[in-house]
Design a protein around this ligand. Structure first.
Ligand code: ARG
Ligand code: GLU
Length: 699
């Protein structure tokens, strides 16, 4: 008996030492189910994913293709992050109705605000289609031939899959092209804004606190899914009604404590866990640093101008957040890779792999993989960095150059047909309107001055004096007439003349060269994945994130980022007050929240210690796209809302390390407290199902 206990303890320790992984929800039976239960979960694989009955997965929606959201009431109420709903909140805001600054609360269904283009997608079912996708793909084919065969097969399968008329299908590749899954999905397109806290709560701490702990942000916003009268997905209509979901998440008022099991369910975007050391080296030593430098130069201008003017602050809020977010993430990523010795560890692992190849007599089959990686990444380096610099400069950071980039694409369509040109022209017109809605030429010119010298010696700021594209009316008049006329005017514009040679170089040299090498790298990477699973079958293999629904799980846990520093896993309202700087753009605290704090008026939302919990940490393996993902307790109740990772842990996209990697969640009790006590939107609380799983057990 004693021996058995020791053995059990040993196994549990082994398991909790590993962790990490973003698992496919339909394949949890077996290893994952057992591992979750050993961590304290009471859920079965079927509670999480079931095709025939409603299950947790039915409450999880892909929010606008980028974030995650979850249904939290029988009337389609949807929870996601403030930063995920940010551009919707911004688009309803003006100087008079500043919902960014003041927050927004619909006090009735009629006040809920529609959002054009916003959609939420649910997964109906998941199917392994590896065999039919790879049918007819042979070793003799070139990489391009293989790709087009797989694409052709996939299209056929997607088209012929049996499903309801309002559903869609899509196939995605897993394990670097070694496995394929088909997803049946449902997309809702009438999604209305219901509530958002002020930025001083929803984005409290802003960039200074972004990607770090301790954290005190109430990063949430609330939407509602509307469906047609048959409860099916439909475009916006005033006749639509609140959606009745197959499942919605009850919310636990008992919260979590260190060691508690959590499961995070969502749509992680992209990870690369099986890269060779040489790739990680390139990313951390060349690729990240040059991107960081460009964004730093752009942010210097944008940040300063946003502080000077409220108008610019609102116009550039969303753009600035996007630019700053990856900028800071890349810095943390490099830090974590260094701290965890990731490159040396990968090298050591690769030696082990090579040794195993020898012992298993697989040298002939797989011995070329690592040398091929070395050769290809060397060849890749220049073009990989240069191409990314182009994207940073001409697409992401400078808006005038971005317009030129899109205009060059428009010019290209002219050679197809007048019809294609006209269609692209309409797209361009709405794009120009979109850009100019939030455009300030002094900001953009400043960005140009700061970042262009990092890209080229040929910097000409005078184009801002004479181009027609910094003014919307003039820009639109440039697009009047037939293609001949338009292209003539366009090619006479100084900004276009300036940008065109760079854009041509991108399309004729950089991009083809990048694609040529990248295709080869992907092929080797596919072979490496296959080899790893064959040669070292006892390792922990989970497919890289690819924007599909995944389950990740772990425990509430603090961490030690540096010598003698340890972070507790839970933060409290006290910490908000500690950080409070009156009038500061990052650390101001709304008057009402201060009053609630002074009165300790936390209602049913306080922790057992009487304090109001704000955020907590877990060992769940998450990435971009997991924003807005529910953190679910051992019984299937909502306890947290994922929104970030700790700085050193952002390297988990390449190298998950259970010591250093933590995801950050908002405690659901803080969210409810803000809705209820701060905003007085008690009608929303009434819709939800609040539960007490722990106190019930204690009774
Ligand atoms: N770092 C988080 C994520 O990657 C939060 C970003 C939004 N918050 C912010 N302060 N910019 O999306
Ligand atoms: N904030 C991220 C997002 O928007 C999630 C944090 C992360 O990358 O882990 O998805």
């Amino acid at each position: 008996m004693k021996l058995f206990k020791i053995l059990l303890l040993f196994i549990t320790l082994q398991i909790s030492a590993q962790q990490g992984g973003m698992w496919i929800p339909s394949l949890l039976k077996g290893m994952n189910e057992e591992e979750m239960q050993s961590l304290g979960s009471k859920l079965s694989a079927k509670d999480i994913y079931d095709i025939n009955n409603s299950s947790l997965k039915d409450a999880i929606g892909h929010f606008n293709g980028g974030c995650t959201s979850e249904v939290i009431s029988p009337k389609g109420l949807l929870l996601t992050n403030h930063h995920c709903g940010f551009s919707q909140i911004q688009s309803h805001s003006s100087l008079e109705n500043d919902y960014l600054k003041d927050g927004f609360w619909a006090m009735s269904l009629e006040e809920e605000l529609p959002n054009e283009g916003l959609y939420v997608e649910f997964i109906v079912s998941i199917h392994d289609v590896t065999k039919p996708v790879l049918e007819g793909v042979t070793d003799e084919m070139t990489e391009n031939e293989k790709q087009s065969k797989r694409d052709k097969n996939s299209n056929e399968i997607e088209k012929n899959w049996s499903k309801e008329v309002w559903q869609n299908t899509k196939i995605k590749s897993f394990y670097k092209g070694n496995q394929y899954f088909l997803f049946v999905t449902e997309r809702f397109e009438d999604i209305r804004l219901v509530g958002a806290p002020p930025t001083s709560i929803g984005k409290f701490g802003s960039d200074t606190d972004n990607w770090v702990f301790p954290r005190h942000t109430g990063d949430f916003s609330i939407f509602r899914i509307y469906a047609n009268t048959e409860n099916r997905p439909a475009k916006y209509s005033k006749d639509n009604v609140p959606y009745t979901p197959k499942h919605f998440l009850p919310i636990s008022l008992d919260g979590v404590e260190e060691g508690d099991f959590t499961l995070v369910f969502g749509f992680p975007g992209k990870t690369n866990e099986y890269l060779p050391a040489v790739a990680i080296e390139q990313i951390t030593q060349k690729y990240n640093p040059s991107n960081i430098k460009i964004r730093e130069a752009a942010l210097k201008v944008i940040d300063a101008k946003m502080k000077e003017s409220d108008k610019v602050r609102i116009q550039y809020a969303s753009k600035q957040a996007r630019i700053a977010n990856s900028w800071k993430k890349w810095i943390g990523e490099n830090l974590g890779i260094q701290k965890s010795n990731a490159i040396a560890n990968k090298r050591a692992f690769e030696e082990k792999f090579t040794k195993s190849l020898n012992t298993k007599a697989l040298q002939d089959a797989y011995g070329d993989i690592l040398p091929e990686f070395e050769r290809l990444y060397k060849e890749f380096e220049d073009v990989n960095v240069k191409r990314r610099n182009f994207i940073e400069t001409f697409i992401i950071n400078n808006e005038l150059m971005h317009m030129m980039f899109r205009l060059a694409q428009l010019e290209n369509t002219a050679s197809q047909s007048e019809e294609a040109f006209n269609k692209a022209k309409m797209g361009m017109i709405s794009r120009l309107k979109g850009i100019h809605k939030n455009y300030d030429v002094t900001v953009d010119k400043g960005v140009f001055e700061n970042i262009m010298p990092l890209y080229t010696k040929n910097v000409d700021v005078s184009i801002y004096e004479n181009t027609n594209f910094i003014d919307l009316d003039k820009a639109l008049s440039m697009l009047e007439g037939d293609s001949d006329e338009i292209l003539k005017k366009l090619n006479a514009d100084v900004a276009y003349q300036y940008a065109k040679p760079f854009i041509e170089e991108f399309y004729t040299k950089m991009n083809p060269e990048y694609n040529r090498i990248n295709t080869q790298i992907s092929a080797v990477q596919g072979k490496y994945m296959k080899a790893l699973m064959e040669v070292m079958p006892n390792q922990r293999y989970y497919p890289d994130a690819n924007g599909t629904l995944r389950v990740t799980y772990g425990q509430v846990k603090g961490y030690a980022p540096r010598d003698a520093v340890y972070y507790n896993p839970v933060s409290y309202l006290e910490g908000v007050m500690e950080k409070y700087i009156p009038g500061d753009y990052e650390f101001d605290v709304p008057q009402k929240l201060q009053e609630l704090y002074k009165a300790k008026d936390y209602g049913q939302y306080a922790d057992a210690n009487g304090k109001l919990p704000i955020c907590f940490l877990g060992t769940n393996h998450t990435t971009g796209g997991n924003s807005g993902s529910p953190a679910i307790d051992a019984h299937g109740n909502l306890v947290g809302l994922n929104f970030d990772r700790v700085w050193e842990g952002t390297m988990s996209d390449y190298n998950y390390d259970a010591e250093l990697c933590r995801n950050i969640m908002v405690d659901l009790r803080y969210i409810l407290f803000i809705i209820d006590k701060y905003a007085g939107a008690t009608h929303l609380i009434d819709e939800m199902k609040l539960v007490h799983p722990k106190s019930n057990k204690r009774q």
